[in-house]
Design a protein around this ligand. Structure first.
Ligand code: ADP
Length: 164
């Protein structure tokens, strides 16, 4: 039984995240998609909203027998990963800019918990420029984000940001 944690802000979940989850489901028996509760970082959506959007979006993912679960956590990722008896942490890499930060985090995490591996997955080419931050920025300026996030997320963004 191989269990992975896929941690992130997911503010909101994008099709790039979903692609990582779908491909990750070939590697693991269970993936816990864990929303980081970070009070310092200003988020557009509450943790509860982000969890709901993830749960809705996961119905679109072909899990191939892999159990997909949504959770949230606070504090040290490695402490949470141990509590959940995870074997690995999954992270997505889009560009060199992701790599530098992710490498540093992965090495620090390995030092905390040498038994838990970080597995990096390359972003799909078609989503490699997609980030939650950019999606929010473009949408709030009136641009189109169709095809970059699930329709349910687009709808919630419309409600939240009052765009028609
Ligand atoms: P964080 O705040 O931890 O960066 P995100 O929700 O932005 O959280 O991302 C969670 C993980 O998903 C990170 O490893 C990030 O690199 C990855 N990721 C984000 N967007 C994409 C994408 N479009 N394609 C692949 N991976 C992505």
């Amino acid at each position: 039984m191989r269990r992975a944690i896929y941690p992130g802000s997911f503010d909101p979940v994008t099709n790039g995240h979903l692609d990582i989850i779908e491909r990750g489901s070939k590697l693991f028996d269970e993936i816990i998609i864990a929303v980081l509760v970070n009070p310092e970082k200003r988020a557009l959506f509450t943790v509860e909203e982000r969890r709901q959007m993830l749960s809705e979006a996961l119905t679109l993912v072909e899990g191939r027998g892999c159990r997909l679960r949504v959770d949230s956590f606070q504090g040290l990722l490695m402490r949470y990963a141990v509590e959940q008896q995870a074997d690995a942490v999954v992270r997505g890499i889009r560009a060199i800019s992701d790599y530098e930060y992710e490498l540093q985090m992965a090495l620090m995490n390995r030092r905390q918990e040498p038994g838990i591996e970080t597995v990096f997955m390359l972003a799909a080419e078609s989503y490699s420029y997609v980030s939650s931050r950019l999606v929010k920025e473009v949408f709030s300026l009136g641009g189109t984000i169709e095809g970059l996030v699930p329709a349910t997320v687009e709808e919630r963004m419309r409600l939240k940001l009052g765009k028609s």
